[in-house]
Design a protein. Structure first.
Length: 568
């Protein structure tokens, strides 16, 4: 108790974390189903991928402390705090994620306090913002090729050979007309194609110049509202982990045209690659797009892979890729290759989700229900204490102290579990804690009755305490095991708020065992040595006369009866 209480105050989390029904907000329960036409089933990998996509979508709403959690094997619970439009939230988390392939018109560094970007004149003579040729997540030498292709002898601007397919754009090199990058290097200005409509749109150019991707709010809303047929601006990270802003053309390929993508280990080269495959329609469009972009100058020879308005990759194109198959290779490790494969393959969520329930609770309503629940718990606790005092008299002191110890342990553990595992105290959890009062009191009653049975048989208190414990211990363990088993089954087979009840019930059942074994029994042993309890005072609850104790039977030697007749 001292360690848990000290840890609670030391960590600064002195109150339990409140659930969505007490703090106010919206809870959405989604049930996963296998996506038609996909090989992926409802498994842990696909569920984690879906959770990551949904979490990005919820965070894009501008909310804080939103939770996206998996419960069971095929359910996702989305808890969104108050202040969020419920209808918008339902549309965001319940629909398929949007993945588009958009041509890049311009790309520039984005700094927290960047000066007004300098402009340079491209081939069309129109000004364009300073830009960086580096791509999202692309270190120098990363590339994507058609399967089986080999490097060509042509050299890049970095002096490295590339193939006739895709490559992630290399790190930037210096240029006289460059804006400073976050790392201090210079970034050359892009040449804007005269045929690119976004480059000649003053409104879009102004939006691109004003965009600051270091600002989370601007970053989240940058590409969200744009329609696929419209140009837009978006944010993404480069190979150095720095935010960059992109000016993008209309979508030319939909994420639904990606038939399969996965990160695999190339055993011949010993490197991780991402294999990408399009369906029939996507194969033709992808070949046309890569063929057209291959003839453009940097950065117009690149296309951006945009997921929910954020650029996840922006490779450049050196030649058309026919056949609908490509592989991206370079500076991948296992995690990054598999992540990119999941994004490409499951830009549309890997699973479809059916909305099971949507619950909206205001903080005022939750507070009223909490007060009602606490009043009910206080009434129940008072009735238990009154019963203990009337029936057990002095023994009620031990029961009340044990209930207090259990309450302290429960409160401190709940306060610490909030920041540790994200446990939130909701109304069903409060109900579970109230039910635990009866479970804990039942354990004391079992032990007290065993002691009183021993006294009724004529034993004094100290032997009665020790002889009653083994019998009471077995009964308590069996009873708590049944309660914990019921809580565990309930936690596994249910979803949503019912799991809060099951979790609290299981936690308090375990604490009941701890309190009875490490507090109630030792305290009873100590008090049995005192005058009040040891002398079995009439108000101790252990008075032999009041319990109807019988004096112990004394064994006497029986005299064997003679079988011979007595003579006069």
């Amino acid at each position: 108790m001292a360690a848990l209480t000290g840890g609670m105050f030391w960590s600064g989390h002195t109150t339990p974390r409140l659930g969505i029904d007490l703090a106010g907000g919206t809870t959405i329960t989604l049930k996963a189903e296998a996506e038609p036409g996909k090989e992926g089933a409802v498994n842990e990998t696909n569920m984690n991928t879906a959770i990551g996509i949904i979490e990005r979508r919820v965070n894009g709403l501008g909310v804080q402390e939103a939770e996206v959690q998996k419960q069971g094997t095929d359910n996702i619970i989305v808890n969104i705090p108050k202040g969020t439009d419920e209808e918008q939230a339902r549309q965001q988390v319940g629909t398929t994620a949007q993945l588009y392939f958009r041509p890049v018109v311009a790309v520039a560094a984005s700094e927290p306090a960047a000066p007004e970007p300098s402009t340079s004149t491209g081939p069309s003579g129109s000004p364009s913002p300073s830009a960086s040729p580096s791509g999202k997540g692309g270190d120098e030498g990363d590339k994507a090729t058609a399967p089986g292709s080999s490097p060509s002898p042509s050299a890049t601007t970095q002096g490295r050979a590339v193939t006739d397919a895709l490559k992630k754009a290399p790190s930037p090199s210096g240029s006289p007309s460059a804006a400073p990058s976050p790392s201090g290097s210079t970034l050359p200005a892009p040449a804007v194609s005269p045929s690119a409509d976004p480059a000649t749109d003053p409104g879009l150019q102004a939006k691109f110049a004003a965009l600051n991707c270091a600002d989370p709010k601007q970053r989240a809303s940058a590409g969200k509202a744009a329609k696929p047929t419209e140009p837009t601006v978006a944010c993404g990270r480069n190979g150095l982990g720095q935010w960059e802003k992109y000016l993008l053309g209309p979508s030319e390929l939909d994420g639904k045209d990606v038939d399969d993508a996965k990160g695999v280990l190339d055993s011949q080269r010993g490197i991780w690659i991402v294999q990408l495959e399009f369906n029939g329609k996507g194969s033709k469009e992808f070949a046309q797009i890569t063929g057209r972009l291959a003839g453009q100058a940097e950065p117009q020879n690149r296309f951006a892979i945009v997921l929910d308005g954020e650029v996840v990759s922006a490779p450049s194109v050196d030649a058309a890729i026919p056949g609908g198959r490509a592989e991206i290779s370079g500076s991948f490790n296992q995690e990054s290759a598999q992540d990119l494969g999941n994004i490409l393959s499951y830009g549309a969520l890997p699973l479809s989700f059916e909305e099971q329930s949507v619950t909206t609770v205001t903080a005022a309503l939750g507070g009223e229900q909490l007060r009602a629940g606490l009043i009910a718990g206080a009434i129940g606790l008072a009735l238990v204490i009154i019963y203990l005092v009337v029936y057990y008299r002095g023994l009620s002191l031990i029961a009340i102290l044990s209930l207090g110890a259990s309450a302290v342990l429960t409160y401190t553990i709940m306060s610490l579990l909030g920041p540790a595992i994200g446990f939130a105290l909701n109304l069903p959890a409060v109900c579970g804690a109230i039910v635990a009062i009866g479970i804990t009191a039942d354990s004391f009653i079992v032990y007290f009755e065993r002691i009183r049975d021993e006294i009724r048989e004529g034993r004094t208190l100290r032997p009665a305490v020790e002889r009653a414990w083994p019998r009471a211990r077995r009964t308590i363990l069996v009873s708590d095991f049944v309660s914990f088993l019921a809580a565990a089954v309930l936690f596994i087979v249910t979803v949503g708020k019912v799991q809060g009840f099951a979790f609290t019930l299981g936690l308090t059942t375990l604490l009941d065992v701890v309190v009875v074994f490490l507090f109630t029994k030792p305290l009873m042993t100590i008090l049995a040595r005192g005058k009040f309890f040891g002398g079995q005072h009439p108000w101790s609850g252990l008075d032999p006369k009041r319990l109807g104790a019988q004096p112990p039977l004394r064994r006497t030697r029986r005299v064997a009866a003679t079988t011979e007749p007595k003579e006069a």
